[in-house]
Ligand binder design. Structure first.
Ligand SMILES: [Zn+2]
Length: 213
């Protein structure tokens, strides 16, 4: 089932929820649909067109946003699914400074790599191999990355995400329909189910439960 992009009342991208959850937000007047998915959902008494993008009717204060969680999927998106050393299709994650030599698992030390380069490089430094990278790896910035990193994507989301970073990756949306990484879907940003129902918690990269509603 496709997922739905949730925007704050200010149009900032907040997260991704299930279609059912998005419909509940709309039916409870907590959100309005900005884009239709074209998918009709049926209840006992009626049929409604499910949204693809919704905007919350009330502004949600997001108290703190840590760095974009470093997941394999987000990393492959940052590096456009290509090996940073040779440009072949990436299949693995490489630590630029090898972990065995003190390299950390951080955005500025991990890159997407093909199996061959990863194998050849092994636990050596780039300088030992005479290899270079076009640009040093860096953490992705911008709210769009919270969405890109989930791996859920829809061409209808592009205009809403492009002002918030990841332009290059978003332009790929129409081409790669992905699951290149073969990973299970990462957690979506949870919408709190407190009685007020309006607080959006950023779990700072902790595993969040997938919304079941
Ligand atoms: Zn390579």
């Amino acid at each position: 089932m496709p997922h739905v992009l949730v925007l704050n009342a200010s149009y900032e991208p907040l997260g991704v929820v299930s279609m059912r959850r998005a419909l509940i937000l709309v039916l409870n007047n907590k959100a309005v649909s900005l884009e239709d998915s074209g998918i009709t959902m049926h209840s006992a008494t009626s049929a409604v067109t499910a949204p693809s993008v919704v905007r919350l009717t009330r502004f949600v204060r997001v108290p703190f946003r840590g760095p974009v969680p470093l997941t394999r999927r987000a990393l492959f998106a940052r590096d456009n699914g290509r090996c940073v050393y040779c440009g072949a299709a990436a299949t693995s994650v490489d630590h630029v400074v090898p972990r065995s030599r003190g390299g950390q698992h951080r955005w500025d030390n991990v890159v997407a790599a093909c199996r061959r380069c990863n194998h050849v490089k092994s636990d050596r430094h780039l300088s030992e191999l005479g290899w270079r990278m076009k640009r040093p790896p860096a953490p992705p910035t911008g709210l769009a990355w919270r969405i890109i990193g989930t791996g859920h994507r829809d061409p209808r989301w592009r205009p809403y995400l492009e002002p918030y970073g990841g332009r290059e990756q978003l332009s790929e949306i129409d081409h790669h329909v992905d699951h290149r990484t073969g990973e299970p879907d990462p957690p979506t940003v949870p919408l709190d189910r407190s009685p007020h129902g309006r607080t959006l918690h950023d779990r700072r990269g902790e595993p969040a439960q997938q919304l079941s509603a």
